[in-house]
Structure formats: C-alpha cells, structure tokens
Design a protein around this ligand. Structure first.
Ligand SMILES: CC(C)(COP(=O)(O)OP(=O)(O)OC[C@H]1O[C@@H](n2cnc3c(N)ncnc32)[C@H](O)[C@@H]1OP(=O)(O)O)[C@@H](O)C(=O)NCCC(=O)NCCS
Length: 404
C-alpha cells in the first residue's frame, strides 16, 4: 500500500504555486510578466502553506482588472491520484480556495470568464471622486489614478467589494473579511484610469482602504483605518501615501470627527503614515523648529488634531521624529537631551508598573509574582537602549525621505 511519505516531492509551496493576474486584455492571459504571488497563504492552506499531490502545479487566480471577476483554475503535469493508483488523493485546491471566495462569484470556465472582459470597458468607479494623482516614472511615463469614496448605500459596490477584499487573506497578516452589512464602514478605493487598445479610457482597480467610523460621545465619530491594501502590481507608486492623505482631507472638514486612528498598523504602513504626518506637521506653527526644540506641547496635540485629525499618540511620535530632524546629533548635549526625551516616553509604562507594585505593597498585597515579571533596573536599561535604537533608526529612515 502506498505511503503518503513516499510523495514528499509532491508537497508544494503555495506561495510559489499560486499565481495571481489582473487581466485588462485577453492577451494578458498568456503574459507571464503579469504574474504576482501571494505574500502569505496560511489562512487558505494552513500554517505550512503547502499544497499536496501535484507535479508542476500552477494555480491560476485571474481577476478582470476593473470589476474583479474571478477565474480559478489549476494546471499540472501529474497528480498523486494517478501515480498512486487512486490510493492517495491530491488536495482539492480549487475547492479550498473557493471557500474563501464570495458565493457564486468565480468562474472555473476560462471562456465564460473572458466574456466578462467584453463588458469591462463599461466598468466605472463607485461613489464620489475625492482626488486624483499622477505618477511619473523615472523615464517620464505618466500613470493616472483616482480615489473614490463609497459606503453601504450602494449595493452594487458591496458586491464588487466582496471580490476586492478576497485579496486581503493573501496579503495582510491576520486579516479577515469585514461585515459589509455594518453601516459604519466607509470605503476608499483607488483606480487607475488608463487608455485601452481602442484608445478609450478604462478603469483598473489598484487598492483600497476600509475605515470604520466609531461613534464617540455625544455626537462625534472617530474613524479608524482598518484594512489597507495596494495590489502588488501597483505598490511603490505612492498610492498608499495618496490614499492616506485623501482620507485625512475627507475627514478634515467634518467638525464631528475627533481624530483618526489605525487598527494594528503593519510596519510598512506605520512608516508610510509617519512620513505623511511628519510632512504635514512640518507646516504647522507649533511644529516650527523653535517650538519643537523646546519640547512636546499641548499646542502640538491641539493643532495637529484640529488640522489633520491626528490622534495624540501619533502626534507625540511625529514630535519625536521632527525633533530628531532638528537635532544636531554631533552636539553631545543636544543629542543627549533628545535621547532622554524619547527614553522617558519609552520608560513610562515600566515606571507605571513599578509604581503600581509599590502601591500594592503599601496595601500589604502579595506582589512577589508581579515583581518577578518586571525586569530589574539593569535589565530594563539594556532593553530600553535596544528599544531606543530601533525607534531612532525608524525615525532616521523617515527623516532621510523628508530631506530628499
Ligand atoms: C503597505 C502598503 C499599503 C503600501 O502601499 P504603497 O502604495 O506601495 O505605498 P507607497 O507607494 O505610498 O509607499 C511605499 C514606499 O514606496 C515609496 N515610494 C512612493 N512612491 C514611490 C515612487 N514613485 N518610486 C519609488 N518608491 C516610491 C515610498 O517612499 C514608501 O517607502 P517606504 O517603504 O520606505 O516607506 C502596501 O505595500 C500593501 O498593501 N502591503 C500589504 C498590506 C499591508 O501591509 N497593509 C497595511 C496594513 S495596516
């Protein structure tokens, strides 16, 4: 009897095997230069991110570039079912991926899928246009992008969005689909406006952000940026930067918006946000060089909140970043003052823990366990130095871009 271990060479890496393509034209089906792979696959294929049972497998997930109709298909050389005489079965890849797709919105027949492409030139962005952006490459080529806002009221958008958010499981860690029935979601979608082969304008979907508008007492709201995804073929063109700025502008004029927060930002996103926020705050009075070098102030929080809806925690980061920008690191005294300022913030939680323990001890409570869980002063100093260096490096990277 055949043993599954005999077929170790048929265990494939899903990240290499799964191939996405955004199809603008029928010829794109055969253009391998358009292929991009997932960044992760554990939500679909489990922790090992593997697919079992095939030789030379290609899992093709094709989307029409604008409306994002989906085709799902596989091609392979050989399958374990046949090699093992039917004793061992290969993973049912299509069924596994299909579980993550919205009901009935994918094709397994390529011709049927391609028929939807005939109508793709009619595809128009949903909702209200908020901004436009032109990207110029080094060789002078221009690409034009537009960002639109939409909400739950447009049912045709929600159907489209159900397809758009299928990317999230493959590209954003720990992401899950949002409940589009919830009326507090607001969507910002970026499209490329390009000329097709008939020299007519057409739209391709490039990325999106979903924002949850939390209620805040008594009649206010605090929008929280939840998901943000720029599809890989459109990354590093400045689109996320543009999306963030468009969202700020959109909420800026709304008096009942307190501030904007971000849910679990990825490192890439936090870096981008720091850059956008620092560039914006540089233009504010309270962030002038003379003010920043005096120290953190309530005025900074007020002005950044009022002008760009930045939340206080983010304002503090931007203050530190800009203070480093203005600090002469070759002046020992100035640089030391800067380091102390940042370390004071980084250590606040540690000192609060110590204070709480002392309070408990005064109340004659048993703190032995808690004391053990908190590092001693020496250990903390070492940790602090490591934390500081990471923060400083991060700020330095952004400063480099600000100075460019
Ligand atoms: C994080 C993410 C949203 C960024 O999108 P993006 O459109 O590529 O972002 P931008 O192009 O505005 O900026 C990205 C980088 O490209 C650089 N960039 C911007 N325009 C550029 C250009 N014309 N040429 C070269 N680089 C450029 C930016 O300076 C930035 O540099 P950094 O990585 O050092 O910060 C995108 O990579 C993504 O969707 N990732 C997967 C999902 C994810 O992590 N989402 C965030 C969850 S909170």
């Amino acid at each position: 009897m055949a043993q599954i271990q005999e077929y170790q060479d048929l265990v494939l890496d899903a990240l290499e095997t799964v191939e996405f393509k955004l199809i603008r034209d029928k010829a794109d089906i055969h253009n391998d230069a358009l292929i991009f792979h997932p960044a992760m696959a554990h939500q679909i294929f489990g922790e090992s991110e593997t697919i079992f049972g095939y030789q030379d497998l290609h899992v093709r997930v094709l989307y029409t570039a604008g409306p994002l109709h989906i085709y799902l298909g596989i091609e392979y050389e050989k399958r374990v079912n046949e090699i093992s005489g039917g004793e061992i079965k290969a993973d049912d890849v299509v069924a596994t991926i299909a579980q993550s797709l919205p009901d009935g919105c994918f094709f397994i027949n390529l011709d049927e899928f391609l028929k939807t492409l005939d109508k793709a030139d009619k595809f128009q962005p949903f909702g209200e246009k908020l901004s436009e952006y032109t990207h110029r490459s080094a060789n002078g080529t221009e690409r034009h992008f537009e960002i639109y806002q939409c909400d739950y009221k447009m049912s045709s958008f929600l159907k489209f969005f159900a397809r758009l958010q299928t990317f999230i499981l493959w590209f954003v860690d720990a992401a899950s689909y949002i409940d589009t029935d919830d009326m507090q979601w607001s969507y910002f979608v970026c499209y490329e406006k390009y000329k097709n082969n008939d020299d007519e304008y057409q739209y391709a979907t490039a990325g999106y952000t979903s924002v949850y508008e939390y209620y805040a007492y008594p009649q206010n709201k605090r929008p929280r940026i939840s998901q943000m995804l720029v599809l890989p073929p459109f990354q590093k063109l400045g689109l996320a930067t543009e999306l963030v700025q468009t969202i700020y502008k959109y909420y800026q004029s709304q008096k009942n918006v307190i501030d904007i927060t971000v849910e679990d930002p990825s490192e890439d996103f936090q870096r981008l946000r720091n850059f956008v926020d620092a560039r914006l705050c540089q233009g504010l009075k309270s962030f002038a060089r003379t003010e920043v070098t005096k120290g953190f102030s309530k005025e900074m929080v007020r002005e950044a909140r009022e002008t760009f809806k930045l939340n206080p925690r983010q304002v503090r980061k931007i203050y530190e970043l800009l203070r480093l920008y203005y600090t002469n690191v070759h002046d020992d005294k100035e640089y030391k003052a800067y380091r102390l300022e940042v370390k004071k913030r980084l250590n606040a939680v540690y000192y609060k823990q110590l204070k709480d323990i002392k309070k408990m001890e005064r109340a004659k409570m048993d703190t032995e366990f808690l004391r053990k869980s908190v590092p001693n002063i020496q250990q903390r100093m070492e940790q602090l130095q490591e934390e500081y260096l990471l923060v400083e490096q991060d700020y330095k990277n952004t400063i480099q871009k600000l100075s460019a």
